[in-house]
Design a protein around this ligand. Sequence first.
Ligand code: ATP
Ligand code: MG
Length: 567
Amino acid sequence: MVESHVPTPTAGDFVRDLVQRDQEQGTFGERVQTRFPPEPNGYLHIGHAKAITVDFGTAEAFDGLCNLRLDDTNPDTEEAEFVDSILEDIEWLGFTPPRPVRHASDYFEQLYAWAEHLITEGFAYVDEQDAETISAQRGGYGKPGVESPYRDRPVKESLDVFRRMRAGEFPDGAKVLRAKIDMQHENMQLRDPVMYRIRRGHHYRTGDAWCIYPTYDWAHGQSDAIEGVTHSLCTLEFQSNRPLYDWYLEHLPLPGDQPRQIEFARLELTHTITSKRKLKQLIAEGVVDGWDDPRMPTLRGLRRRGYPAKAIREFLTSIGVAKTNSRHSIELLESFIRRDLNLTAQRRMAVLRPLKVVITNWPTDETGQPVVEHFEVANNPENADDGTRQVAFSGELWIEQEDFAEVPPPKYFRLSPGREVRLRGAYFVTATDVVKDADGTVTEVHVTYDPETKGGTAPDGRKVKSTMHWVSAPHAEDATVALYERLFTAENPGEATGDPLDDLDRNSREVLTGAKVERALADTAPGEVVQFERLGYFAHDPREPMLFHRTVGLRDEWAAIQKRTAR
Ligand code: ATP
Ligand code: MG
């Protein structure tokens, strides 16, 4: 293992405790092997990132192995596009799946052979009833199951029909293979579950080689066993499937040990959904632009938004691994992002909603041109290694519209007529006059500057109550800045009505096309995150130059929440 990504969780990790005990007791010959088994029917999201850090992180912590296995048993919804993106996203997150990447479809032949084995042993049969009948006969809690009339057909007959199913003799849906377990079992999963269906879907890997496909439940545990997985880590909703997986494994001639399944809590975040189906719906309805829209909880979305992979990993580690479901505050994740970016992001000045400022006593040079000065500014006060840069200053500047008030409200200390403020790192200026358009909107503020205050301090020690960012107008670059609100207004989307989409904020994005930014921002690398002074962290779009997405604001909302709840 190269660099370890797996610091000890601060909130406890019962999975690691269980694996540790297995190791101490010599179960599995001290081997630890896990896997991450996504279905390639969509892009990975923050919930998957949790599973990835648990699966890969646990293996890494015990010097074990973690495969990436694509659980591709459903030909209708799976695509090669998703396979590539899944691998890319896992590597972006900081984990390297061993090659070759595994696929459940690699095991179709073995799974088929094992199905024949179960039939031969009298543990499976072909049912020729339709899906509705089978479903109705299943019963329910407190409602007895009904045995299929095909349940006790001779082994030879089932075997023959099953082989003809594979050979393509029957239409889609005509017959299924079912495990013969117990139609009165209190766990519905064990009431003779379906193992194979006839479906002539074109599979993205096996093409048209198969017209019968294993169910996820029939493929999952066996795939683990084939790979030699020792600890089959999954989320809580699979708890009731465990007895079924164990039943299958106990009835098969496995090549090695039977994997041990351990279920942990899903990651849920406030104001966020992680259902792939619902995420697809957001795209289909045009609520967001695509899987990598910066408001999406997908790894692609978070990455485009500027979330560093390392900060995501640290967040996931800090919350630990629990046995009961809970919802974590999105503000906690954001605080990890902010903390990371505070150390790494370079500082720049950008004006999102510009208002022109003219310094009326600004000097001209001997040719009559306005003087241009350059101030040396630290790129990152948190990291001296990041050096300094020159920022141009002149007699015409841009400031934020909200940093000027013609009639200042109470406690407003920014620029207003007669008020002196500091332009960060440059000079003190005092507003003297305004220019308005026909509607009475202020279009320009006239100020005078004090040449004695160069660098932003007054030699006579006088103070100002406000420091503002600015951009020299003749030196400014144009930029587009996208601001984001939370995609869902409710902490728990869908809690009230059952449909998360009812809690959508359909105006969660505001695009400002007229931003004025300092020239250095034109050199920002695609995907790089910088801090716009006083405004927050912004990620340069990976494809569109001079488009910036707000990553997070500067205020630590998590600290504020902590303080409120402590009170
Ligand atoms: P969906 O039901 O929305 O399609 P899924 O959970 O079925 O999502 P898979 O591709 O099957 O998606 O998931 C791969 C792995 O990621 C599974 O082991 C699953 O348990 C885990 N996983 C998915 N969502 C979360 C989550 N929110 N928190 C933790 N693990 C998750
Ligand atoms: Mg799934």
